[in-house]
Design a protein around this ligand. Structure first.
Ligand code: FAD
Length: 470
């Protein structure tokens, strides 16, 4: 069969990039179809990424607090235990509600939703293999590729999603592993490691690089690693995995220093491979229509999200830039605004990054290392949460705010926060950066008391002058 009417926009992929692009396109009056193969909308983020991981991070944090902190606040239980199936089912419910919610938004905005695997026949025609086994042709004047990313595998490490899992398997473990090894100290590994560590697993993170989360400001990173170590997470940095043995009950890894040298072994019940993500374009037929990709397999686009083929655009994880849901969403809106003949632009330097551990780490703009490399003269203002009244009142005061501003103009260059809820606190800084604010602008803005946000104000004061409470 064939969808007879032409669309103005066809979006391939229903993740945060694709579904947001589709809704925005329809809102701009464009006839829009979104093709998604998964069976549910929301992509990696809603189904196996941001949302289920945050659900488990919250549940496991509640358990950990109940076990270790409640008594100190005068709240006592005879005993606290984990009901893992109940925890998993609350996560599944959240995911199901949200993915169905997007279907509702599609209906409300009159986005046509086609379930199935999309492949290019020509730059304006997509053949969709439907779940029922048939196929249909969807035509569009403009096509947006939003096919996202997939787990990156490690050579010699076969993911079976049971003993050796990806982040997807780590979200659905049926038992709490006694020992868990996480390969890769990026944010996904640390978040999933935190979940299982809080629930009682002995977690060891093995990382090839000398540092965890390489994109993080080094000073913040050091404190962050210490915070995780206090929670009993172990780190083996500058270490590579050279062998995997799954013949026994668990998994035995053979390790070697990154620089070479004597081998050692490490055993666990479950190994999580979180060595990054790769763009996903399998079966899409990019070659057929001549869409260019780079060495990493990402679709190359110009500053208007246009690929090498006119009328074919790409957004989100499948193109260069931070592989984050909110970046994919911004891409989606800007791309359809451009298609609709409006202005559309995303500044990747203004995309905040958050690690949702406890404490959280959130940042926007440049790290101190990046500012130094630019050769800009700068000032640093810092304020520890130990001196913040709200953090002390709730006895959760680990962390700090660090602001970097240009010395001559006081213009903010980067803001880094480690604290509970840092992911919420950062947006004041994102707005400040977006508007080219100075640290004094933040310092002279009235902040409610007592709030964690006051730490940002004080760090801003410390950037060009002195804080009050330190
Ligand atoms: P995706 O979300 O990957 O969506 C692409 C969709 O396209 C998929 O549903 C796929 O089925 C579909 N598709 C692919 N090919 C075809 C085809 N040929 N035909 C039809 N459909 C197709 N980001 C954050 O910002 N915050 C977080 O807290 C966060 N946590 C994460 C935790 C984990 C465990 C993981 C794995 C990722 C996390 N991310 C997070 C990253 C985030 O999920 C991605 O950046 C985001 O989903 C990218 O959106 P996208 O729309 O580009 O692609």
């Amino acid at each position: 069969s064939s969808e007879s009417e032409d669309n103005d926009v066809v979006v391939i992929g229903g993740g945060p990039g694709g579904y947001v692009a589709a809704i925005k396109a329809a809102q701009l009056g464009l006839k829009t179809t979104c093709i998604e193969k998964r069976g549910t909308l929301g992509g990696t983020c809603l189904n196996v990424g941001c949302i289920p991981s945050k659900a488990l991070l919250h549940s496991s944090h509640m358990y950990h607090e109940a076990k270790h902190s409640f008594a100190g606040h005068g709240v006592k239980f005879p005993s606290v235990e984990v009901d893992l199936p109940a925890m998993m089912s609350q996560k599944d419910k959240a995911v199901a509600n949200l993915t169905r919610g997007i279907e509702g938004l599609f209906k409300k905005n009159k986005v046509n939703y086609v379930k199935g695997y999309g492949k290019f026949i020509s730059p304006t025609e997509i053949s969709v293999d439907t779940p029922e086994g048939g196929s249909t042709i969807v035509k569009g004047k403009n096509i947006i590729i939003a096919t996202g990313s997939d787990v990156k595998s490690l050579p010699g490490v076969t993911i079976d999603e049971k003993k050796i899992v990806s982040s997807t398997g780590a979200l659905v473990l049926s038992e709490i592993p006694k020992k868990l090894i996480v390969i890769g100290a990026g944010y996904i590994g640390l978040e999933m490691g935190s979940v299982w560590c809080r629930l009682g697993s002995e977690v060891t993170v093995v990382e090839f690089a000398p540092d965890i989360v390489p994109t993080m400001d080094a000073e913040i990173r050091k404190q962050f690693q210490r915070a995780l170590e206090k929670q009993k997470m172990k780190f083996m940095l500058k270490t590579k995995v050279v062998g995997v043995d799954t013949s026994g009950e668990g998994v035995k890894l053979t390790l070697e220093p990154a620089a070479g040298g004597g081998q050692s072994t490490l055993e666990a019940d479950v190994v999580l491979v979180s060595a990054g993500r790769v763009p996903f374009t399998t079966g899409l037929g990019l070659d057929k229509i001549g869409v260019d990709t780079d060495k990493a397999g990402r679709i190359t686009v110009n500053n208007l999200f246009s690929t090498s083929v006119p009328g074919v655009y790409a957004i989100g994880d499948v193109i260069p830039g931070p592989m984050l849901a909110h970046k994919a969403e911004e891409d989606g809106v800007a791309c359809v605004e451009i298609i609709a003949g409006k202005e559309g632009h995303v500044d990747y330097d203004m995309v905040p990054g958050v690690v949702y551990t406890h404490p959280e780490v959130a940042s926007v703009g440049k790290t101190e290392e990046q500012v130094k490399a630019l050769g800009v003269e700068y000032r640093v203002g810092k304020f520890p949460f130990m001196a913040n009244s709200r953090a002390k009142a709730i006895d959760d005061a680990e962390g700090l705010v660090k602001i970097l501003a240009e010395k001559e103009t006081d213009k903010i260059l980067g803001v880094h926060i480690m604290s509970p809820n840092a992911g919420e606190l950062i947006h004041e800084a994102v707005l400040a950066l977006q508007y080219g604010a100075s640290s004094e602008d933040i310092a002279r803005t009235c902040h409610a008391h007592p709030t964690m946000s006051e730490a940002l104000k004080e760090a801003a004061m410390a950037t060009y002058d002195k804080p009050i409470h330190m």
